[in-house]
Design a protein around this ligand. Structure first.
Ligand code: WT7
Length: 672
């Protein structure tokens, strides 16, 4: 751990009061048995994970639950064969043929909501698979890049790939053509599947031109794309700006005419073959292609969907993430469909045309399970304080995921969105992990605002200091969050880069690189965390988000949560600024709820709140009240840009942000 400093820091956040799962929820939950943790004890590892695999249909049952011979590349359910598309579609036809599998909610409110039954999904997936196999020539093991927005054609294409054993690599539609090209190149895809256009904030925006850029840029890098398959937002009408390239570009809608009624036999795949790649950014520039498996991954997300998301076939489940991220793969598509759920796909932004939209959708469709991120929750809270109370939706279960959630914001989610009647799970995991690692079991454990909860059954989190020594639960010291044991949903490797995989996640705490004992290979997540005496894990943020003020490390979230205790504050982001005396000091950026006015007095109160809640050491050098935060298109606050402004450094390229203009405004405010 040479590159990291070996100082530890004391955690000053106070313990939050617990909330208990509502009895109505417990009465219907899929898991209410506290002894589940014993069933998944380390003594029962790895065989306990048979329970996950048994949720699936297997063509051949496996002979080895966990094979560690190529550690730390773990192989689960070895010898088993299955097809993911069969498990998510075909096997449900008998009982759920006419049940809605997918609700598609277009962004335009006047456009009809589409209901796709399991029968209809079966037909559309088969016809699509026939095109991919017979027209595009794709076969098991080939990679194909998808650059698709949030419409049903995205899961249909993913499932068609899965039916054939073709490895899909979906690139988030908000990413540029250039970013798409990097992923085409890395995965060596010869086919790109895209859509002509989609809605964003009320406008039908062109998407096809990104495919042209991507193909051109990939070609320069040496990867030739032979075919571009284009779904149309309105079948039969082309809304792209660029013309069609003869002999390369094909409309799916035209091809479908020839493949009407086609059926494609699902290809029985070894459990250990990859199902998909999901690229994610690391500390270096080049994105990492996380390789997710067929059997282990599907078993894991199916179990999580049934027991942590508590999805029953009669539920209507809405995860507001984008399928272009891992959350969408695992918890819009594969997990919910594996357990015969009804999953909602919403095309657009949550606040279009107004912040009441999510609650109207929930009312209309009878959504009873809701899943979103702290950023979205803060946005909705900022846009309209009590608005959800004016709607008649009623959730039984809500999820928060992706970032630490400030206790103030958690309580708003619980009281206002959930009306105090829904259980909340704060699920901690990563692109690399395939599914949840830490969360409360919703009908078993109390909820603690701001804490993810304990390791899920069969998952053993531990916090290690930089020397590899365990920090005990309740010690009130933070360190590097690790998982002691492998689990079936974990990535198999980084595509074509085993070395980077081992180095990033496993080398930091491995003492014997030749060991094939999983106990020698703790997985290092890259998050700083503290484990309380009740084993609840509180995530402080990525290790690179940790501030070091005068030799004390402080979690950015501790300071931000403190700022959020001031009533007027909607969002807060803290960055570290070079300081001659103290090394670094925190600068705090905040945005206010609508109708609130910035003032020096308010800035002072925020500053006082931080030093009151966290300690004087955390008192911000400056509090900047800004009109809005610079954000990525996926809604994450770009602290890096704020840090550059505070440190008077070049902010770099900001054009990929959702709101690039705000950067210059903030720069002038801060630097004059
Ligand atoms: C990072 C992974 C897989 C979820 C979507 C993000 C942060 C994730 C939580 C949570 C606090 C969280 C971590 C993690 N994170 N969930 N419940 N509480 N932080 O996936 O883009 O791969 O990011 O998101 O810092 O390392 P990702």
């Amino acid at each position: 751990m040479a590159e990291q400093e070996s100082k530890h820091y004391d955690v000053t956040m106070q313990e939050e009061e617990c909330f208990y799962p509502p009895v109505e929820f417990i009465g219907q939950a899929n898991c209410t048995d506290p002894s589940i943790y014993e069933r998944f004890s380390l003594e029962n590892f790895p065989e306990c994970f048979k329970e996950h695999a048994d949720l699936l249909d297997w063509d051949d049952y496996w002979h080895t639950t966990l094979d560690t011979s190529d550690a730390p590349c773990w192989k689960w359910f070895v010898g088993g064969k299955l097809n993911v598309c069969h498990n998510c579609v075909d096997r449900h036809l008998q009982q759920h043929r006419n049940k809605t599998a997918i609700y598609f909610v277009p962004e335009l409110e006047e456009e009809r909501i589409q209901k796709i039954t399991y029968q209809e999904l079966y037909r559309r997936v088969n016809e699509t698979a026939a095109i991919l196999r017979d027209f595009a020539g794709l076969k098991a093991g080939d990679r194909v890049t998808l650059h698709l927005p949030m419409t049903p054609e995205l899961p249909i294409t993913m499932l068609a790939c899965a039916r054939l054993g073709v490895i899909h690599s979906e690139v988030f539609s908000g990413f540029s053509g250039k970013a798409c090209a990097d992923r085409i190149w890395d995965s060596e895809s010869e086919v790109l599947i895209t859509m002509d256009a989609y809605y964003r904030s009320g406008n039908l925006i062109d998407h096809k031109s990104k495919a042209d850029e991507a193909v051109e840029a990939a070609d320069k890098q040496g990867q030739k794309v032979n075919k571009v398959l284009i779904w149309q937002r309105y079948p039969g009408t082309y809304n792209g700006e660029q013309s069609i390239v003869e002999g390369r570009d094909y409309f799916m809608n035209d091809l479908l005419q020839q493949y009407k009624g086609s059926e494609v036999e699902p290809v029985s795949m070894p459990a250990e073959e990859p199902l998909f790649l999901m690229y994610t950014s690391g500390s270096t520039g080049r994105p990492k292609g996380c390789v997710h498996s067929t059997g282990g991954y599907l078993a894991y997300v199916a179990w999580m969907s049934k027991y942590v998301q508590d999805i029953h076939p009669e539920d209507v489940y809405w995860c507001m993430a984008d399928i272009g991220w891992i959350t969408g793969h695992s918890f819009i598509v594969y997990g919910p469909l594996a357990v015969a759920g009804s999953t909602v796909i919403y095309e657009g932004v949550p606040t279009y045309p107004d912040p009441g939209r999510p609650w109207r959708v929930a009312e209309e469709l009878g959504v009873n399970i809701f899943h979103t991120s702290p950023t979205a929750i803060r946005g909705l809270r900022k846009a309209g304080g009590d608005l959800p109370l004016q709607y008649n939706h009623q959730f039984k279960h809500m999820t928060t995921v992706g970032e630490p959630i400030e206790p103030e914001v958690w309580r708003w989610y619980y009281n206002v969105v959930g009306k105090g009647k829904a259980v909340v799970v704060d699920t901690w995991w990563m692109t690399e992990t395939g599914g949840f690692l830490c969360s409360t079991m919703p009908a078993v454990d109390p909820m603690k605002p701001g804490s993810a909860g304990p390791g899920l059954p069969g998952i053993y989190p531990v916090v290690l200091d930089d020397e590899g020594k365990e920090i005990q639960p309740g010690e009130n010291r933070a360190g590097n969050l690790c998982i002691r044991n492998p689990w079936p949903g974990g990535m198999q490797s980084i595509w074509k880069n085993r070395e980077r995989y081992v180095k990033t996640y496993y080398s930091p705490y491995n003492k014997d690189p030749n060991s094939t004992d999983w106990r020698d290979w703790p997985y290092m997540a890259g998050d700083a965390a503290v484990i309380a005496s009740d084993n609840y894990v509180r995530i402080l943020g990525r290790v690179d988000d940790v501030l070091n003020v005068a030799g004390h490390r402080l979690g950015t979230k501790e300071i931000e949560s403190a700022a959020l205790t001031v009533d007027e504050v909607a969002e807060a982001a803290v960055v570290s600024v070079q300081d001659e005396v103290k090394g670094t000091v925190p600068d705090l950026y905040v945005s206010l709820k609508p109708g609130e006015e910035p003032s020096e007095d308010l800035a002072r109160r925020i500053s006082t709140a931080v030093s009151d809640v966290v300690g004087k050491i955390a008192r911000p050098a400056h509090v900047y009240i800004v009109a809005d935060m610079p954000k990525t298109r996926s809604g994450k606050i770009m602290r890096r840009i704020l840090a550059s402004i505070s440190n008077r450094k070049d902010v770099g390229d900001v054009m990929t942000l959702a709101n690039p203009h705000i950067v210059e405004e903030i720069r002038q405010q801060v630097q004059g």
